[in-house]
Design a protein around this ligand. Sequence first.
Ligand code: NAD
Length: 481
Amino acid sequence: MNIQNYINGEFVNPIQDNWLVNYNPSIGEIYGQIPNSTQGDVALAVEFAEKAFPKWSQTSLEERSKILLKIADLIEENLENLAKAESVDNGKPISLAKTVDIPRAATNFRFFAHAITQFASESHETVGENAINYTLRQPIGIVGCISPWNLPLYLFTWKIVPAVAAGNCVIAKPSEITPMTAYLLGEICTKAGLPNGVLNIVHGLGNQVGEAIVSHPKIKAISFTGGTKTGAQIAKIAAPMFKKLSLELGGKNPNIIFADCDYEKMLATTVRSSFSNQGQICLCGSRILVEEKIYEKFKKDFIKKVSELKVGNPADESTDIGALVSKEHLEKVKSYIDIAEIENGKILFGGEKVVVDNCENGYYLQPTIIEVVDNQCRLNQEEIFGPIVTLMSFKNDEDGLSLANDTKYGLSATLWTNNLNRTMHFSQQLKVGIVWVNTWMLRDLRTPFGGMKDSGIGREGGFEALRFFTEAKNVCIKSLP
Ligand code: NAD
């Protein structure tokens, strides 16, 4: 299936008529073409966004909210189709697309449709001066949203919805590896009555059309989710242009397990936090740190549970682990299995490609568990972003905490314990943006979302996102006697 850019509410070919191919990772075959857009396509989208902005920014909150709610309804009505498209494009199990990716995209619309009606700003009475200050929170104008391939529609909508809700017009680019559901969303937006030019979707390569978005002088803010290296490149271009920047980047998240935890819940959740979406979630717990006392038991039980996961065709409802997103990514992830050998990591389970019936050329890898002894090894320091986790033991709280913090990343951490003092101490000391205690990926969309250190700058979610997509302006009014 061939897709087109969505500019000013219409589907159009890229100006230069250049195209890229799109692969179905479950069978390793090309199944469509996508625009290989360039600067000209971004410039065209910006022209229409600029025209749409005055009216959209003055559209009442109720009206904006109504349109966003309508889009959420239409996503739900089209759940089966969208989930299938996501699964084919990305390789993720259809069950995951149906229960997580697509419902969450609808929730993003619904959440920000409500949030915008509750978004308020402050006022300050300047006592003694007979003056009042109040803050206007005005839409920025035209903003850029760039998203990755791992949770395509989920993360695409996580950005564009608060931007649009706050009254901006958007130039958005999904990953060129998984453009399909963003394309399908265009049609839904038009059907729901989103005015032309408010959302423009331009497809193509990151270093081409992505950079064209980042460097366009009329695009005043960039919300980006993706790799840390790409984030640095974007910051290099955007910073001297004084653009607002939100960067949600890579992670190497610790999963810290204490002997006093609820063992069965921990075990089941740890399997999920390790291998959901083939381990391709920025929040996956890729470093499993286990208290010495229960290390051997955990190792045995974890291997058993992981060995029961079914690697298979993503279209099959019973599949737990589908295909990795691309051939290049499979090779990158697999290279860490070779690195394990060099670093004396012990492969406890997995490590091999899987050949799936009728999908012989698909990009499948066994869920892989590697035991390591030194946290400084590359396996524990570099983001792999695939179905590979490492296991390591620790002696006590101090040791566990220091291992957990010992990476350049700081996105999230999961802690398993029933000890309140330990919970509070770790929550305070962990250098990450999100701490989960006795759970994983439980998301309340009102909470701030983002990372520390090389995991990024800024926070998304709830009012944080609405603050990002607006400019604060202080107005000071003095009453004259
Ligand atoms: P990526 O950085 O390669 O690409 C992300 C997006 O940026 C794509 O749309 C891509 O086309 C675009 N891009 C690439 N180079 C660009 C450039 N020079 N200028 C502008 N845009 C450019 O990342 P990916 O491989 O698609 O995704 C995986 C990464 O995303 C992992 O590192 C993962 O941890 C991270 N991620 C982070 C979060 C988070 O919330 N922190 C969530 C999901 C994924």
